[in-house]
Design a protein around this ligand. Structure first.
Ligand SMILES: [Zn+2]
Length: 313
């Protein structure tokens, strides 16, 4: 009896279960300067200001992935100012291509030209503040249909000092973002509060799922890399998001630090149409299933509202 109790304790310690062991989480925000229903400059400014203030208030380091063409052309000067505010707030910036194309949809050389063009916009911006530019995130998490495309692109990335920023936690925040913007822009306070409540409730359930899925897959919980977007919804929800991380024993860390977790050395040689996050990729490599049956469904009313506002596939 005592022996089996002790071995249960030993197992719990080995897998890192129990409330005493907190794992890390690196927050990453895609589609900078902002992802919004409106191109309105004051809306983007207010979003950026609130997002950065919230991150600083809760001591949350973050990496923002910029769509570089937003910093050029009409409104480019104002958008560039927003990107600079991220650096001034101590956050890192990464490359998210020039115009948010998918490696699954364009030839690899055209994709490299896109990323290189974004590099030309972003590198002087970060260098002016003495900061590095080392992270790349694939739009749609689409990493190439063939091994050849993957290898060609990733060789180029490495030669230019970039590392791929994987994703091991995500909450479909983009699906809630436009319905929230829509409610805010219509001054519909009750509507905005409804979307925000649904978003936070869903986020907490998904975070619980990812922690459990990581444990099942690896026998311990890894340091996570959380994909979010630079939206008004996240800007207005930072206090509650920070509370969710605390409740779930996740302590914030830089992307650099999270990536030191040995889990990120697991091979990912998937080539194909799915824009999967990395737990799914590792589950292929390790030939172990993830508990998809218990994955929380996003609320149907929010999904329908998002489809109405953003009919693009
Ligand atoms: Zn994106």
């Amino acid at each position: 009896m005592l022996r089996s109790f002790l071995s249960a304790v030993v197992i719990a310690l080995l897998v890192g279960a129990g409330p005493a062991v907190a794992e890390g989480v690196a927050l990453t925000f895609d589609d900078l300067p902002t992802m919004a229903l409106t191109g309105d400059a004051p809306y983007a400014e207010a979003t950026t200001k609130a997002l950065l203030a919230g991150l600083r208030r809760h001591h949350l380091p973050a990496t923002g992935f910029v769509i570089a063409d937003k910093l050029e052309g009409d409104g480019g000067v104002a958008q560039t100012r927003l990107a600079r505010q991220w650096l001034a707030a101590g956050m890192d910036l990464g490359n998210h291509t020039y115009s948010h194309v998918s490696l699954n949809k364009v030839p690899v050389q055209a994709y490299i030209a896109e990323v290189s063009r974004a590099d030309g916009v972003l590198r002087p911006l970060v260098a002016a503040q003495g900061r590095p530019l080392r992270w790349f995130r694939h739009p749609y998490l689409e990493t190439g249909l063939t091994f050849e495309a993957r290898r060609t692109f990733e060789t180029w990335l490495a030669a230019h000092g970039y590392r791929v920023a994987p994703v091991t936690m995500e909450n479909s925040d983009w699906m809630f973002a436009l319905p929230y913007d829509d409610a805010i822009l219509r001054h519909d306070k009750a509507g905005a509060a409804h979307v925000q409540r649904a978003y936070l409730d869903y986020t907490e359930r998904v975070v619980v799922w990812y922690r459990e899925a990581g444990l099942q897959l690896l026998g311990r919980r890894p340091d996570f890399v959380f994909l979010l977007h630079a939206t008004r919804l996240n800007a207005d929800s930072l206090d509650q998001l920070a509370a969710i991380l605390r409740r779930q024993d996740l302590h914030a860390m830089s992307l650099d630090r999270a990536m030191r977790d040995p889990a990120y050395k697991i091979a990912d040689d998937y080539a194909g149409p799915d824009g999967d996050e990395w737990l799914s990729r590792w589950s292929r490599t390790l030939r172990k299933d993830l508990p998809w049956k218990s994955f929380p469904e996003p609320p149907a009313d929010i999904a329908a509202e998002n489809d109405r506002l953003d009919p693009s596939p």
